[in-house]
Design a protein around this ligand. Sequence first.
Ligand SMILES: [Zn+2]
Length: 295
Amino acid sequence: MKRYDLLLVSFVVCLFAGTLLSCTGKAKDESKTITVTIAPLAYLTEKIAGNNYRIETLVPNGSSPETYEPSPQQLVRLSNSKIYFYVGHLGFEQTWLQKMEQNAPNTTFSKTSEGIKNLTASHHHGDHVHEGIDPHVWTTPTNLKIMARNIAAGLSDTYPEDREVFTKNLKALEDSLDQTDHEIRHLLSGKEKRSFLIYHPTLSYFAHEYGLEQLVIEEDGKSPSPAHLQQLVRTSREKNVHTVFLQKEFDRRNAEVIARETQTQIVEINPLDYECIRELVQIAKTLSHEAESNH
Ligand SMILES: [Zn+2]
């Protein structure tokens, strides 16, 4: 009987210790926790920082970075992070940055889009119309490289002991982004001035970089009016559009109406995916293949 009790106690203790360990995760050292706004930033940061750091992403997969509200637990974890990497100009950040800074006085706030040539938002959308800057900067390899360099600089300031590792990892990431840019240009070569439809204007920078035209379904961040839809249908026919890109956070119905009227295909994309580089290549492949099927 006693022996059984002892076994049970040791089992419970192991379970408890196990839970503690798994809670602390990879980075046993609390000071090596880094917070970021969206998954593509987590991807860049993880590639540069390596495995000894723990990355917390504030906006979960499937939530809109324009309207997300952080949980109290997330705010506590942010205040325990030495550094927070944010995009700049995202609706979520516009609303929360000041409050988050007050709440986390020991955390360095680092804007990763510093140095990017901003595009102005051609439409008002969501609540990220502040300053008229289009916030979706992470959709080109060129911009991702600028963001990666900013992240590496921020990490080196915060953790100078690992500077060499960051520099080496940054170089590898830059090479991979150069390759991605090359691959996208190859896929889209000869297809300049091609137009595509999209629900929410996440691909402004991508379109600008590769000479494409983005036709936005959403109107002022809300469902489009019948007049706007009719105009889009006309424009899509004129411009021989083949694809409607749709992000899963947004309503499918209006995209379906346009796709039916113009006999275009709906393609689901997730530019907020952790694997942001793979996602960009996939978008280029879609635009590349649509042309082939047409000839
Ligand atoms: Zn957006």
